[in-house]
Design a binder for this molecule. Structure first.
Ligand SMILES: [Zn+2]
Length: 136
């Protein structure tokens, strides 16, 4: 019987998709040929269904350290004060919070060109004003 190569905390983070992308991939890869790991994950999920959470899971679930979406928006627009901007950058790049990274990508897309209509508008602003419109 083989040992489980990840800590319980690590698996909890995996379930919360709170690991950096390469570690997520690593757990997924290991899952494929490691039935014991799959069992362990199932056990954790079962415990969660019963309302048993580790402190780490609760902490991540409520995302106590995550910046607000408004802060991410301000970060994109470079409107944050320096310490807050540093914190957001740390959170995104060092902690590698997938939740906030996804949130930021979403915001970037909103600023970018998710729809043809916005694409046209963006082109218009870029050609007329040389930059993107503020706000939405
Ligand atoms: Zn976050």
């Amino acid at each position: 019987m083989s040992q489980i190569p990840f800590s319980r905390e690590h698996l909890e983070a995996y379930l919360d998709e709170a690991l950096p992308p390469d570690e997520m991939a690593c757990v997924e890869e290991t899952l494929r040929h490691h039935p014991r790991l799959l069992e362990e994950l199932r056990a954790i999920v079962a415990l969660r269904d019963q309302g048993v959470h580790t402190l780490g899971a609760i902490w991540r679930r409520h995302r106590l350290t995550c910046p607000e979406r408004e802060q991410l928006q301000a970060y994109l627009e470079k409107k944050l004060d320096a310490p807050t901007a540093r914190y957001v950058r740390f959170h995104l790049q060092v902690i590698g919070c997938r939740y906030c990274q996804a949130n930021l990508e979403d915001l970037q897309e909103q600023q970018g060109d998710p729809t043809p209509r916005q694409k046209r508008r963006r082109r218009y602003f870029q050609s007329s004003a040389g930059r993107l419109p503020r706000g939405k």
